[in-house]
Design a protein around this ligand. Structure first.
Ligand code: BES
Ligand code: ZN
Length: 614
């Protein structure tokens, strides 16, 4: 693939009109010939068979009038029959072939259709091993009474439960009719009704066009608590009250974001708290963010994650990266907006501490990465987008935007970002689209602030440019002084000024521990501050990694408990990695994994098995 170059200014001016096209390396679809405009799902949720069974009807826009073939993405789908739907609504059998399964991309489904067929209907079933679904037995839920199922479609798992064009360059509206066992609630990334009867019969509509990776479904024993006029929290009954309290600031977050970047365009913003096996921290499914319960710390200290998923309602769900190579447009902008929301709600101190910790951790991560992996705009041809996940699109992406903000000033940069969201609303774009807009609306209007070489370095060179703005936290000065004294042996663990430390101060302190802390250091810290067994997932995983490095085996039972029931990859994979470095640690890790495996999401199973060489 051609590396993406910054276009010459004259070319940019010409290109500010139409969006720039680029092939998505992670999809077999050919949307330049024909694209999906609308999806109608009709699905039965069968827990006994662990399958979704029914049909998907795709309404088509033919761009190439000579084209007859519709290519869809699938993975492990059982295709039953395919019909072309004529303008008169009549169905006729279509011929189709399913290509051999590629381990990363699945099987292309090629359907031959009459000229300009308005729609196609596919009868199909998902398989129990669908990579985008997790089926849980009653014993794996908190009440133990009912089974549970949820989807995680990003990056390319929608194709494992719906045949479609699984590329974010295509947007479509959808509706769904879903039947599930009575007593269970069905939620989708659509117009959920807070007061829906638990009658097992659900109808959804999503009137805004979205990319496939934002299709989502969850079915389980779910209670609901309203937290505002357009916000609610859904969770298992034992979790819902705690969750509603923790996330009570959601309406204030939406209001703060609207003030900065324009109206919230998705009507409701609900949060679904999933069982602990959810493989991510959060997923920005439109109208209903899916979230891990590990952010319920009791003191709102981890609700920045909700700010992050909410921010995607602008950066990602509204303005969407056209393929994963431009993921920084989604995650970098979102991480930037997230920090602004945290600043608006919880103050500059907290927001700055987040920047300092993230910047430092990004530098540590970069030190272990190959140069090609450090680029904001990447070449992911042939690469599984789940493997490409790193801090680069997130934290380097945000850093680039902070750099621009520092040069142009907030007074100019905030309205620019708002204008960008408005301009590209409901579009899928690549970095060159952003650059064209930037050139016309920022660079040309305020010349001489940023050079092309600087832009080029941020977007297309490894590492962090030396012109990156440096965040400084005064509160961390105090943490650093205490940490130095503790490590020098002149301050006892119990005398650390940590009584009122918030999460980020603990992260700063733990990150400053030596590569191999001594048993005395770890024991004294644990005795004084009870870090082992903490309910704060962010503190816990960093602390557990430190205990493994220092050989502090006293923490093992709690480590086993933590990685045994949590499926969030960010929290458990680093612990498995550290354990795997010694034969004794690896044996312990394998033992824990064998027990935990049935409760893990397929994505987490894959990541852990890779680390443990299973
Ligand atoms: N959209 C991402 C999750 C994702 C990214 C799933 C790529 C699959 C492929 C989500 O918004 C996210 O970034 N989640 C983070 C939250 C954190 C950065 C606050 C997570 O899950 O840790
Ligand atoms: Zn995100």
């Amino acid at each position: 693939m051609q590396p993406f170059r910054f276009l010459a200014a004259g070319v940019l001016a010409v290109l500010t009109g139409p969006l720039m096209a680029e092939t998505d390396p992670h999809s077999y679809a050919q949307p330049q010939m024909v694209s999906v405009r609308d999806l109608k799902l009709d699905l039965d949720v069968d827990f006994a068979k662990k399958e979704l069974a029914g049909s998907a009807e795709l309404a088509l826009d033919w761009h190439d009038k000579a084209a007859r073939t519709l290519v869809l993405d699938t993975r492990d789908l059982d295709i039953r029959s395919i019909e072309a739907i004529g303008a008169d609504g009549k169905a006729t059998k279509a011929t189709w072939t399913l290509a051999p399964r590629d381990p990363i991309f699945g099987s292309a489904l090629r359907i031959e259709l009459p000229s300009a067929a308005p729609a196609v209907r596919i009868a199909y079933r998902s398989k129990p091993e669908a990579s985008g679904l997790q089926w849980m037995t009653p014993e794996q839920t908190s009440s133990g009474k009912h089974p549970f199922m949820f989807s995680q479609s990003q990056a390319i798992h929608a194709r494992s439960w719906i045949p479609l064009q699984d590329t974010p360059s295509v947007r479509f509206t959808y509706s769904a009719h879903v039947k599930a066992p009575k007593a269970l609630r069905v939620l989708m990334s659509a117009d959920n009704a807070v007061k829906h009867a638990l009658d097992g019969d659900y109808r959804f509509t999503m009137k805004q066009a979205i990319p496939a990776y934002l299709l989502a479904i969850a079915v389980g024993e779910l209670d609901v608590r309203e937290t505002g006029p357009r916000t609610a929290v859904y969770a298992e009954p034992s979790v819902v009250a705690k969750a509603a309290k923790e996330f009570e600031d959601t309406e204030a977050m939406i209001a703060a974001t609207e003030k900065l970047y324009g109206p919230y365009r998705w009507d409701r913003y609900d949060i679904l708290v999933l069982p602990a096996s959810f493989p991510f921290g959060g997923m920005e499914n439109p109208r209903v963010t899916f979230a891990t319960p590990t952010i319920i710390a009791g003191d709102k200290s981890l609700v920045g994650l909700i700010a992050h998923e909410l921010a995607h309602s602008w950066s990602g769900n509204l303005v969407t990266n056209a393929n994963a190579q431009h993921m920084w447009l989604n995650e970098g902008f979102t991480t930037f907006v997230e920090n602004r929301i945290v600043e608006a709600l919880y103050g500059k101190d907290v927001a700055t501490m987040q920047l300092v910790v993230d910047d430092q951790e990004l530098r540590t991560e970069i030190a272990k990465m190959k140069p090609a992996e450090q680029l904001l705009v990447t070449d992911l041809e042939g690469i599984d987008p789940d493997e490409g996940l790193s801090g680069i699109p997130y934290d380097k992406g945000r850093w680039f935007l902070r750099f621009l903000e520092s040069r142009y000033g907030r007074d100019v940069f905030d309205p620019f970002v708002r204008g960008y969201f408005d301009h590209f609303a409901f579009k899928s774009i690549i970095t060159d689209d952003f650059l064209a807009y930037y050139d016309a609306n920022l660079a040309k209007k305020h010349p001489g602030k940023v050079t092309q070489a600087e832009l080029d370095e941020w977007l297309h060179k490894p590492g962090i440019p030396t012109n990156a703005p440096v965040a400084h936290s005064k509160r961390f000065d105090a943490v650093d002084a205490a940490s130095k004294a503790f490590l020098a042996g002149t301050l006892a663990a119990k005398d650390l000024p940590a009584k009122d430390w918030v999460t980020y101060e603990w992260l700063r302190f733990i990150n400053a521990l030596p590569a191999k802390p001594t048993l005395e250091q770890l024991g004294a810290l644990d005795d004084a501050w009870k870090l082992t067994g903490t309910g704060n997932g962010e503190v816990a995983f960093r602390w557990y990694v430190a205990t493994v490095r220092g050989g502090y085996v006293k923490a093992r039972p709690q480590i086993g408990e933590f990685i045994g029931h949590i499926g969030r990859r960010k929290l458990v994979v680093p612990i498995y990695e550290e354990l795997a470095k010694t034969s004794e640690g690896k044996a312990f890790a394998i033992e824990v994994y064998r027990k935990a495996k049935p409760g893990y999401h397929p994505l987490t199973q894959g990541s852990v098995e890779k680390v443990l060489g299973l």
